[in-house]
Structures are given as structure tokens and as C-alpha cells.
Design a protein around this ligand. Structure first.
Ligand code: EPZ
Length: 418
């Protein structure tokens, strides 16, 4: 197992290229199941989760052609199986995304229930209820969801919680259903808009992506496409916070400032200078960090995927910050590790009160989930002394070459064998 070692105290300066968005690439790669022939996807990030979804699609019968420079070709002409096994699904919950497309394409799917993860139970009831409303017959047997439908029928689906992968799953299923599907209280994330663009290019009839009402008119067939994955707004946000926590000056290249407004507003309120241009952001940290309050919400609200990183930043701010996590029920796993580095944090239910301290101290810490790992790396960059982060396989799920990108900015960071 690898670990990441950081010597804190360096100001990060320079330019960093933002990679393709993990949470756009996952549903878009899965959408190839709806087509027969070669799809070409550009700006696909090189991440563990991408390797996992490729293994799952390969298990189902898809084939791949790797090109250089983050280009991936996928051909799902021959889908030989509709079975998504537990061994693969348990390592990544987003595997549930194959459920809708398999039922739409083959009329059948057998997908292992994902199970919970470090940040919560993460049920998939909304995915199931919506597919049942579209005429699928779904039973649970031996931990597997078994779904059947001769042909899905369009339906009016209301999500009582705006679910990102739920919206994506049903959007893909609806493309080949008979008649019109209307998704209400749909998620509005940019990754949904990216998926809708790809589906429309394949020949789907979709309107409203990016709003909370999405309409899909089913068609008979979709065709393979060439498409581009949008930049990763969570990776970008993580680097902006890295500039803030180290008092540095980082220019992010190839990002979409419009996807980060909830964060950049808070970073300006904390005293940072944020200069946005068309596809880049310059983030300049200051010596004094003002505390700000955070409440995570579905997009365009403050992203839950940046909550842990923001908590590390507030741990060294001047004053107290109230951080409310409203999306997941257990997304404070990073708190106890930050406390080991000297952070003063009190958790009460879904709220954490963070009282800024002058300086954190490096320590051996353990990653528990993807964004908690990012939070601990940020804390290590600002802390006095050495931080050893173990279980770095969590960070490799969602950040491409993170220690290379950070050391190019002046961080003293390396990956070593444990
Ligand atoms: C997506 O997860 C992202 N993952 C998550 O990013 C992100 O944190 C989350 O959306 C919220 O923005 C991908 O896109 C692959 P949800 P998802 O369904 O779709 C409840 C990361 O770090 N819910 O929007 O699984 C659920 O428990 C990951 O990159 C139900 O109750 O999240 C949660 O409380 C972590 N029943 C809330 O809704 C359902 O059927 C929002 O979850 C579905 C969800």
C-alpha cells in the first residue's frame, strides 16, 4: 500500500491543468451501452474509478481502444451479459448507473446492490422507484437487483430528493423508452448537462438538462459519437482551496469558472483574490483567512464534495465557522483525523463548528474516503512538519496524479511504499 508524505509550510505557486470530471466521465462512459459501434470520448481522466467502470463495461461485453492524451474509445455492440457483479459494484457505487441503460437496451439487468460507504447508507430507492414507474419489474434477490421490462414506457417521475446518479440513470433509460418521460426535481449538476449533450449527440431527444425539469422523448435507436468530458469542478475547487490554505498564488488552466461560483464566492468572503477568465481561474491566498459559514446543497449550492476540503481551510482561519452538511448523513469522517493535526472542531449531528487555530501540526493520518483524503492533504500542506497519509487508494479514485500536480506548484510531497 502506498502512502503520501508531505512536509508543510510551502506557499504553492504556478499553473495547474485541470483534468476531466470523474462524475461526468462515469455516466458518459456508461451511456455507450445505449449504442452499437465506436464512441470516442476526449478528456477522460486517468483515475481508479475510470478503471473500475471500464472493468464493469468490459465484463458486460464492451471493448475499448486506448488512444494517447486521455482519449478513450468504447464499443458496446456486443453486450454479452446483463450482470454487474458484487465484486466490481462494491468498489464503486456509481456502478448502479448501468441499471437503467441495461434495462433500456436488453430488457433485463442483474445489478448488485452497491451497499453503503464511508459517507452514508446511500440507498438507490429513487432509481428503483423511477424504473418501476416506467414499467420495469424489479426484485431483490441475494443482494442483487433483478430488473425486467419488455420495453420501458415514458413516465412522469418526481424525485423527492434531487439525486445526481438517479437523474442520470433514468435520463439514459428514458432515451430508448416508448413515449415521453418527465423528470421533476431533477439534479442540475454540470455533469448532468454534459451527459445530456452526449445523449443528444447520439440522437436522443432531451430538453431541460441543468434545470429541475428534464423531458426525454424516447427514440428507437442511438448512434455512437465523439464527445468531450467537461473539466472537474471538484478538482479545481480543491486547488483553489490549496492556494488559500498555503497563502499561495495558483492559476488553474482548463476549468469552467461558471461551475464554481458557490465556492469562489466563499473564497472571496474568506479574503482571497479570485480572478476568473473564460477557461481559467487565478486564486491568490492571503496571510489572514476570515472564517466563513458553509451549508452544502445540491447544485448550484455549495458542493458537498468540497465540504471536507473547506473544513481544512477553516481549521486555520481567524475565528469560528459553522459547516452544515445537508446532503449526506455521515460526511464528517475527516474530522477526527483533522483533530489529530490540532484542529479544533466540534460536531453536533450534521453540523460542525470549526474554531481556527494558528497552525496545524503534521501527523500520521488515515484517508477514509475520497474527499476526506483531499482534506487531509490540504491540511498537511499548511501544517508544521511532516504528515503521512495512508490508504491513498482513496485519493487515486478521484484525483489524477495529485502529488505530481502539487509538487509542480512547490509542495514538498511524495508517494512512498508503506
Ligand atoms: C453523486 O453521488 C456523486 N457521485 C457524489 O460524488 C456526490 O457527492 C453526490 O452526487 C452529491 O452531489 C457521482 O456522480 C458518481 P445523490 P450520488 O444520489 O448520485 C440520497 C465524489 O466524491 N439518495 O445525489 O450517489 C443519498 O443518500 C462522490 O465524487 C436516496 O436517498 O448522490 C444522499 O443523501 C461522493 N435515494 C442524497 O440523496 C436514492 O435513490 C443525494 O445523493 C439516491 C440518493
Amino acid at each position: 500500500m502506498d502512502k503520501i508524505v508531505i512536509w508543510g509550510g510551502e506557499r504553492l505557486e504556478g499553473e495547474v491543468q485541470i483534468s476531466g470530471a470523474k462524475n461526468a466521465a462515469l455516466p458518459i462512459l456508461v451511456s455507450s451501452l445505449l449504442t452499437q459501434g465506436w464512441n470516442t470520448f476526449r478528456n477522460v481522466p486517468d483515475l481508479r474509478d475510470i478503471k473500475t467502470i471500464k472493468s464493469l463495461l468490459g465484463h458486460l461485453g464492451a471493448s475499448f481502444r486506448e488512444q494517447d492524451g486521455n482519449v478513450l474509445q468504447v464499443n458496446a455492440e456486443r453486450i454479452a451479459s446483463c450482470d454487474a457483479p458484487y465484486e466490481l459494484v462494491k468498489t464503486m457505487r456509481a456502478s448502479i448507473l448501468v441499471l437503467g441503460p441495461l434495462v433500456a437496451r436488453l430488457g433485463a439487468a442483474r445489478v448488485s446492490l452497491p451497499g453503503g460507504c464511508a459517507i452514508g447508507a446511500r440507498p438507490v430507492n429513487l432509481h428503483i422507484n423511477a424504473l418501476e414507474q416506467m414499467g420495469a419489474d424489479i426484485t431483490l434477490a441475494d443482494g442483487y437487483l433483478e430488473a425486467r421490462a419488455k420495453r420501458l414506457k415514458g413516465a412522469r417521475v418526481y424525485f423527492d430528493i434531487s439525486t445526481v446518479t438517479g437523474t442520470e440513470n433514468i435520463m439514459m433509460a428514458a432515451c430508448l423508452a416508448q413515449g415521453e418521460t418527465v423528470l421533476e426535481n431533477a439534479a442540475r449538476e454540470p455533469e448532468i448537462v454534459n451527459l445530456a449533450q452526449v445523449l443528444a449527440a447520439m440522437g436522443a431527444k432531451i430538453s431541460g438538462a441543468g434545470t429541475d425539469v428534464i423531458k426525454i422523448e424516447g427514440v428507437e435507436k442511438l448512434s455512437p459519437v465523439e464527445a468531450e468530458i467537461i473539466p472537474d469542478r471538484i478538482e479545481a475547487g480543491t486547488f483553489i482551496i490549496a492556494a488559500g490554505i498555503t497563502g499561495g498564488d495558483i492559476t488553474l488552466k482548463g476549468c469552467v469558472p461558471g461551475h464554481l461560483e458557490a465556492l469562489t464566492k466563499k473564497m472571496r468572503d474568506s479574503g482571497m483574490e479570485i480572478i476568473a477568465s473564460e477557461d481559467s481561474i487565478r486564486a491568490v491566498g492571503k496571510d489572514k483567512i476570515h472564517s466563513v459559514d458553509i451549508k452544502t446543497l445540491p447544485y448550484p449550492g455549495f458542493p458537498t464534495d468540497l465540504q471536507a476540503q473547506m473544513m481544512a481551510y477553516m481549521a486555520v482561519a481567524d475565528g469560528s465557522s459553522l459547516i452544515s452538511e445537508t446532503v449526506f448523513e455521515n460526511r464528517f469522517m475527516h474530522v477526527s483525523e483533522l483533530q489529530r493535526m490540532g484542529a479544533d472542531i466540534k460536531v453536533q449531528g450534521g453540523n460542525a463548528v470549526v474554531r481556527g487555530v494558528r497552525r496545524l501540526r503534521g501527523a500520521p493520518v488515515m484517508a477514509t474516503d475520497l474527499r476526506a483524503s483531499a482534506s487531509l492533504i490540504l491540511a498537511g500542506l499548511a501544517a508544521e512538519g511532516r504528515t503521512d497519509l495512508s490508504r491513498v487508494y482513496h485519493i487515486d479514485r478521484g484525483y489524477e496524479k495529485i502529488e505530481k500536480k502539487l509538487s509542480a506548484l512547490g509542495a514538498r510531497i511524495s508517494r512512498v511504499k508503506e
